[in-house]
Write a protein that binds this ligand. Structure first.
Ligand SMILES: *Cc1c(COP(=O)(O)O)cnc(C)c1O
Length: 376
């Protein structure tokens, strides 16, 4: 076992982060909001092609407020991509609404727009429309938004884009975060841009941005004393963390180039092996390639997904299975589901590969481990 482990997606510093945080601290803007937060929000809106951004304490908080601000709660259904991280579905449960899990599209691994369209049409006929649909830009790739936006608009259903994994991706030349009615970003430690913990919503609607900003700061009314007309949350991003985020964001293009080069490295290393394929990129998309994944067909490939994970682990290299679909999670055993077994099969056959190449001997060590396995 080598000395330093290679991790899946560790954060890295390259944009003057230390200086930026120190300057924010020295400026005295420790009290939560301040100029770096305002500037970070402007920069995020620009990257996402939206009119507004609101900095929050996590992506999960962003998903929660996106639903809460639209009055979604007990008695409502929300269609959710089953192939995602638990945070997407948890946010639905926080509101009191019920998640209904929809399977993945093999062309993108994201929410299957055909299944969503059929479900919305069928529910409209029985007067049981869900209040919202949450699509997820999985590993930086997006679903068929043209179809999702058309059907959601037709039925008057809110469309939320969980873009936690997709900052800087473009789908048909439109930036991730700008699809549907509201987008959500995450700056968790393993994401492309980190504030060590944080998130944001990105929206065009200025009144909605203002309402989410208010809800994130305990919904205090704009008067001298503390006046509250509704229940608020303590979900705002701090000014010091926004300074860290601005420094990270200043090198977004380099970070994406690194991840895309890593995908090319895996395409060369694994692409020639029968039964092994990288995660798909639909036509018209330029994903940030946050994480590169492979699926390994048990009957066709010389080794299994489990064998690849074990071989990498033996050399101190972290990899792991793909997201376990929410409809297979014990905690969501009672939730309704729509569709087949695309995501379940991906979970059985897929591997998430280490994707931040800024780690010592990254390429040589990964190559050695894979080549040793392929020969065995
Ligand atoms: C990371 C992630 C989130 C949650 O973001 P946090 O900032 O960790 O709360 C939500 N959805 C997806 C798909 C994610 O990958």
């Amino acid at each position: 076992m080598s000395a330093t482990p290679i991790l899946l997606s560790p954060p890295d510093l390259r944009g003057g982060e230390r200086e930026a945080v120190a300057a924010a601290v020295e400026s005295g803007w420790l009290a939560p909001i301040g100029p770096d937060l305002t500037a970070f929000e402007g920069e995020l809106a620009e990257v996402c092609g939206t009119a507004h951004a609101v900095g929050l304490s996590s992506g999960t908080a962003g998903l929660h407020l996106a639903l809460h601000a639209h009055g979604i709660g007990a008695g409502d259904d929300v269609l959710v991509a089953t192939f995602t991280f638990a945070a997407t579905a948890n946010a639905v449960v926080y509101t009191g609404a019920r998640p209904v899990f929809v399977d993945a599209d093999p062309a993108s691994w994201c929410l299957d727009a055909g299944l969503v369209a059929a479900e919305l049409d069928a529910r409209a006929a029985r007067n049981q429309l869900p209040r919202a649909v949450i699509a997820v830009d999985l590993y930086g790739v997006g679903p068929d938004y043209a179809r999702l936006e058309e059907r959601c608009r037709h039925h008057g259903v809110l469309l939320v884009e969980d873009a936690a994994e997709a900052i800087g991706s473009t789908f048909d030349a439109r930036p991730a975060g700008s699809f549907g009615d509201i987008g959500v970003l995450s700056f968790n430690g393993n994401k492309l841009i980190t504030t060590s913990g944080g998130g944001a919503v990105v929206v065009d609607d200025g009144a909605l941005a203002a309402r989410i900003r208010s809800l994130s700061t305990q919904a205090r009314q704009p008067v001298a004393h503390y006046e509250h007309e509704e229940i608020g949350f303590n979900y705002r991003l701090s000014n010091v963390l926004a300074a860290l985020g601005r420094a990270q964001l200043s090198t977004l293009a380099e970070r994406i180039a690194d991840r895309q080069a890593t995908r090319a490295f895996y395409a060369e290393l694994l692409g020639g092996i029968p039964g092994v394929a990288l995660n798909p990129i639909p036509p018209g998309q330029v994903p940030n390639s946050w994480l590169t994944c492979v699926v390994i067909e048990p009957d066709a490939a010389p080794f299994s997904a489990a064998a690849l994970i074990a071989a990498l682990d033996g050399d101190g290299i972290e990899s792991r299975p793909l997201w376990k679909p929410m409809h297979l999670q014990p905690v969501f055993a009672d939730a309704p589901r729509v569709g087949g077994d695309v995501s379940a099969r991906l979970f059985r056959t897929g591997v998430t590969l280490p994707s931040n190449p800024r780690q010592p001997d990254f390429h040589a060590r990964v190559r050695r481990a894979v080549e040793r396995l392929a020969r065995s």
